[in-house]
Each structure stands twice: as C-alpha cells, then as structure tokens.
Write a protein that binds this ligand. Structure first.
Ligand code: SF4
Length: 350
C-alpha cells in the first residue's frame, strides 16, 4: 500500500511535500551560510544536479541575516537548520525562509515554542521535527535502555504535541539513525502513528561509497514500501554527490523519470572493453533531459535480446558491436566508433 498518499501535505516555498506530490530530493549546503557568494554558488550547483529543496545551517545571527540575500539570488526553497535557539527561528521566519528544521522540545520554555509556532503560522512556514537516534532525550534512553523505534516515535510525539498545543500542524518529520535497520523500523512506526509527511534519511553514513550503499538500502527500502515524501542522502562528500545519489535512488525505486543505463556484468563471452564503453556512455548521457533506457551489453548471445528491450542499445561482437533502436538493428560499428554512433543516434531523436 502506498502510505505516501495518506499523509498531510505541506508547502515548502511552493514545492509540495506529502500526499500525492512527487518525492523530492534535498541536500544541505556545506558552506558558511554568512558567506552569501559561496552559498549561492553551491545552491546553484545543487539545483543543477537535481536538488529540489536546500537546507542551510543557521548557527548564529550572521547566518540568519544572510537569508534574504541568498533567497534573492536563488530559486529553490530554503530550509533553515536551527538547534536550541528560538530567536534564530524567529529571525529567519521574518527574513523569508521557506521551512524551519527545529525541535520544539529543545528550545526552552513553552513561551518560546508559542512564539516560533505563531511566527511560522503567520507566514505559512512549515516546521520539520528532526528526531535523531543519537540525541534522544535522556528520559527516553532511561525508559527504553537505548535508542529504539518506540523511543524515537515517543520523542517525535512530544515535539509534535508542543506545536499542536499552539494550534500548529504544518509539520514534516524525520526519524534518522546511523543504523539502517533502526532507521527503517522507526520510519515504519512513524508512518503508522502520524499523519505528517516524512523526510527520509539515514544519518552519518560515512564517505561516498559507504554512505551511498547505506542510504540506498535504508531510503530505498522505505520508498518501495510507499513510505517517504522527501529524501536527503547524507554523505561525507560534496553535497552535489548527495543530490546525484538521491536522484538515482528515486529512479531506482521507479519514482523519478529520466535517462536510465542498463549494462551487463560482462563474462567470458565479452570480446570488447565493455566496462570502458559503459563508463563512457554513462558520462555522455548524464544530464540528458530524456526519459529513455540505454543498454550497453557485452555479447551477441544475450546482448541483442536485452538491448532490444531498451530504447537504444549496443551489443558487443569481436572488436565491434551492433547498434539497436527500439528492437531494430541500425548497423554494425567498429568498437572505436560504437559510443559516438550510439550518442549520435540518441541525440538525433531529441
Ligand atoms: Fe556475458 Fe553477453 Fe550476458 Fe554480457 S550480455 S554478461 S557478455 S552473456
């Protein structure tokens, strides 16, 4: 069952998150937010890679004050990431931010929560409550012994109730942990318990290779169960890599269209440099704005059959390869010409 359809919807600067809306990709700038020029440059790079919503760290007033200039020079919605200081939340709300990530249980008195809830409500600014297994309240660790899905859901409930008390319901939730099974279990439980859209992510996953695997398993498993409305891949790497990985995960889960490469694993029948060819094709089709499948297959035994299923494809022979388009053989080309011929064929139809 697709639980996505059952969630409430929020609007983040005009981008809908939740309900039947397309699952969006988020990332977070690694620049100092007060450095407007560097932050704007990075936001543009992220947007070009497919980022729909971007988050900025707001550790101090200088960062909050940079928000209007950043907003003026960029197009995608901006989320302010705030911890503990409600005055920063009030400052960014006044300065046109599109969403705030803050945990209302961590900002002091109920009066502080009321002020933030009212400031956000007045301007239709949603709030993401970000539960993190690594920073659960002490009383929950004492009650459950260690971070469990139930403890994380109870933490979310406490934060939600605080906002609901001030008639604030424009909420999105995340339930991140660095363990994939804990993350998946926590989101499953949250999707049963709460009507709010879910921001998916596995946190602190490590460098690009390890983080990609963990994110693909955790986020991918949930997306395939119909859980999750927006995603953020966390990598110890350039955030552009996070966005590329996020887009690839959505494509793999069948939730985003675009160009798709299929290639065989190679075996003893392969008679051309298929790995080299697949990498070259991948590089040259990256960024093409087409909704097509391109197949790069190693041999004429299984290759042509597979390649025929794709919109475009090649199947290797001895030092050469067959070129296919929608099941039709277009011709035979020497290996050196194969990649160019394939790309020319794809571009001709654009
Ligand atoms: Fe081997 Fe051919 Fe299959 Fe590639 S397509 S794995 S070369 S049999």
């Amino acid at each position: 069952m697709d639980k996505r359809n059952e969630t409430k919807k929020i609007s983040v600067g005009g981008v809908t998150v939740g309900g039947r809306a397309e699952v969006t990709v988020q990332s977070m700038c690694s620049t100092k937010t007060h450095d407007v020029e560097a932050t704007v440059r990075q936001i543009r790079e992220l947007q070009a890679a497919g980022c729909d919503i971007v988050r900025l760290a707001i550790p101090d007033m200088a960062a909050a004050e940079a928000v209007p200039a950043i907003k003026e020079q960029t197009e995608i919605p901006i989320v302010a990431d705030i911890h503990f200081d409600h005055r920063l939340a009030l400052a960014v709300a006044e300065r046109g931010v599109d969403k705030i990530r803050i945990n209302p249980g961590n900002i002091g008195s109920e009066e502080n929560v009321r002020k933030v809830a009212e400031a956000c409500k007045k301007r239709n600014i949603p709030i993401r409550i970000g539960v993190n297994a690594g920073s659960l309240e002490k009383r929950l660790i004492e009650k459950y012994g260690h971070p469990t899905p139930e403890a994380m859901v109870e933490s979310a409930k406490t934060h939600i109730e605080l906002l609901n008390r001030f008639d604030f319901d424009d909420i999105c939730l995340s339930m991140k942990a660095s363990s994939v099974p804990l993350t998946v279990a926590a989101y499953r439980l949250a999707s049963e318990e709460f009507p709010y859209p879910l921001h998916l992510g596995v946190t602190e996953t490590g460098t690009a290779w390890n983080g990609t695997v963990q994110s693909a398993v955790g986020i991918g498993a949930l997306l395939c169960e119909g859980i999750g409305n927006t995603i953020r891949v966390s990598l110890t790497a350039d955030p552009v890599e996070e966005v590329k990985t996020g887009v690839a995960i959505l494509k793999a889960a069948g939730l985003r269209q675009g160009i798709r490469l299929v290639s065989c694993p190679t075996c003893g029948r392969t008679q051309i440099d298929l790995i080299g060819l697949a990498h070259e094709v991948e590089k040259r089709i990256e960024g093409m704005d087409r909704n097509i499948t391109v197949a790069v297959m190693g041999c004429v035994v299984n290759g042509p059959g597979e390649a025929r299923e794709a919109d475009y494809g090649v199947a290797g022979g001895v030092g050469c390869g067959l070129l296919f388009k929608k099941g039709e053989v277009i011709g035979t080309y020497p290996y050196e010409r194969l990649c160019d011929a394939l790309i020319e064929l794809i571009e001709k139809d654009n």
